[in-house]
Design a protein around this ligand. Structure first.
Ligand SMILES: Cc1cc2nc3c(=O)[nH]c(=O)nc-3n(C[C@H](O)[C@H](O)[C@H](O)COP(=O)(O)OP(=O)(O)OC[C@H]3O[C@@H](n4cnc5c(N)ncnc54)[C@H](O)[C@@H]3O)c2cc1C
Length: 447
């Protein structure tokens, strides 16, 4: 016979001055998106004690929770592009390849993109972080940062379960919004005289893949009839992994202000826009989307808001000129993709043999000795950032941030041994490996 259910309770009361939970690490990574995850895994591989903090109650940042759906900038241009970023990126691709229908390479005439299943990616993130011995602190938002001698000594976070203080030798700002350096009072940049729009992603199920209209046809119809449906953006992108009957639709432009009240209002407006776009698809292309229904909305997709003032301000001219910096830590060939007007975006594609480089100088805060940024908040002009913030180079930045702090130890990230740094990131700057087997190439959709 089953035991009786427990009925006893105890009465508890919050202590008036309960101290925050105190934790210490070698490296504290703030932000668990693709840049922060890569940084945390790389730092753990280097034997460092790592704490990984995120304000969401889950790992994976936008890559998992906003349902971005494809990795861009991870391969060079052309139908047979080589891989740009290795190490942690290899671990990730191998995991996805080992899971049925979790990854699909689309080798286009110019760009190569890697479609992924966000649920499988989420499981890779979780199992890898736990397997590496990293301590995650989830649902924790920065409240304050203590700065001593141009170093961040500790950061206070608030969670739904109480306050946490983390002391560390070095910090990685992978928050996307330079939230750590901003809170610590270091200078940051915001776009002047223009906005960079985000997007509300939506996953549709029950679509008829075989009858999908070309992207250009959807965009032409959006331009023609967008007003009728109340659409702001006039271009439609859909990503499908063949054989699954679902598509991740990227069809909205939503403002992403840094004010808490406005940000919340715009996030809800994004869902309205996405719902209108679904209505448009169902009515205008019923043969493909007539039976579609929304399976999930991603969290608000945020492209560029606020970023650091680094030692180097990466410019669009340097990108076009393929400037190879002495302190290069990664590269990409992704187009300039600047979403600075509501109805569309700038799209400037590069040649097949093009590669542009990201310098360590753009990752290190000019005025701080123990913080390295990684991901979409490094120092660049708006157009340059729009190319290097995609996920392939974000992974290279995460790896480089971990190496730079490992080499700096208790010293300054501005005075590390650059020969050693170059050796550590050499693969991500020089190597040209062609990942695909002949079979994979034959199966890849060319579009
Ligand atoms: C709609 C959309 C579509 C895109 N499409 C593609 C694409 O197809 N392919 C591609 O490669 N790239 C794409 N990009 C770009 C790419 O997704 C992002 O630039 C990239 O994911 C950024 O990664 P990240 O790690 O820098 O930041 P994020 O993924 O934004 O991670 C930052 C993390 O920091 C946390 N955080 C922020 N502030 C705080 C705080 N104060 N305290 C604690 N934690 C905090 C956040 O919760 C978040 O999890 C797209 C972007 C958008 C918005």
């Amino acid at each position: 016979m089953a035991a009786s259910p427990s009925t006893e309770t105890v009465i508890v009361r919050r202590q008036a001055k309960s101290a925050p939970r105190k934790l210490a690490a070698d490296i504290c990574v703030v932000g668990a998106g693709i840049a922060g995850i890569t940084a945390a895994l790389q730092a753990a591989k280097l034997g460092r004690k790592v704490i990984l903090v995120d304000s969401q109650p889950s790992l994976g940042g936008q890559a998992v929770n906003s349902i971005i759906a494809t990795f861009c900038g991870l391969f060079s241009n052309g139908t047979h592009g080589y891989q740009f970023t290795y190490g942690v990126a290899d671990d990730l691709l191998s995991y996805l390849e080992a899971h049925e229908q979790a990854v699909h390479y689309r080798n286009g005439p110019r760009t190569t993109v890697v479609y992924y299943d966000e649920v499988t990616l989420g499981r890779w993130v979780e199992t890898s972080i736990l397997g590496a011995g990293v301590t995650p602190i989830l649902g924790a938002t920065i409240m304050d940062a203590r700065v001593e001698n141009d170093r961040i000594a500790s950061v206070d976070f608030m969670t739904r379960y109480g306050a946490v203080t983390v002391e560390a030798e070095g910090f990685i700002d992978a928050s996307g919004d330079a939230a750590l350096l901003w809170q610590a009072g270091f200078p940051c940049r915001e776009p002047a005289n223009h906005r960079v729009f985000g997007t509300q992603m939506v996953v549709l199920e029950h679509i008829d893949e075989a009858r999908q209209p070309p992207r250009e046809e959807i965009s032409a119809r959006m331009k023609e009839k967008g007003d009728q449906y109340g659409l702001l953006r006039r271009e439609g992108l859909g990503f499908t992994i063949p054989g699954r009957g679902i598509a991740a639709m990227n069809m909205t432009h939503v403002e992403t202000p840094l004010d808490p009240v406005e940000a919340s209002a715009k996030a809800l407006e994004g869902k309205e826009q996405a719902s209108r776009a679904v209505e448009f698809l169902k009515k205008e292309f019923p043969e493909c989307y007539g039976n579609a229904r929304v399976r999930s909305f991603g969290l608000p997709g945020i492209r560029q808001t606020r970023w650091i003032v680094g030692r180097h301000h990466l410019t669009v001219d340097e990108i076009k000129a393929q400037t190879k910096f002495d302190d290069a830590i990664g590269r990409t060939a992704w187009p300039i993709e600047l979403h600075d007007h509501g109805d569309g975006h700038h799209w400037i594609v590069f040649d097949e043999d093009h590669a542009h480089y990201i310098p360590l100088g753009s990752l290190v805060s000019r005025d701080c000795h123990n913080v390295v940024a990684a991901g979409r908040c490094i120092d660049a002009d708006s157009a340059a950032l729009s190319s290097v913030r995609v996920m392939g180079p974000c992974m290279a930045m995460g790896m480089a941030a971990a190496h730079a702090l490992d080499l700096a130890g208790s010293g300054s990230v501005h005075q590390i041994d650059m020969d050693q740094m170059r050796q550590r990131v050499a693969d991500n700057v020089e190597k040209q490996h062609y990942r695909w087997s002949e079979t994979q190439l034959a199966q890849a959709v060319t579009a």
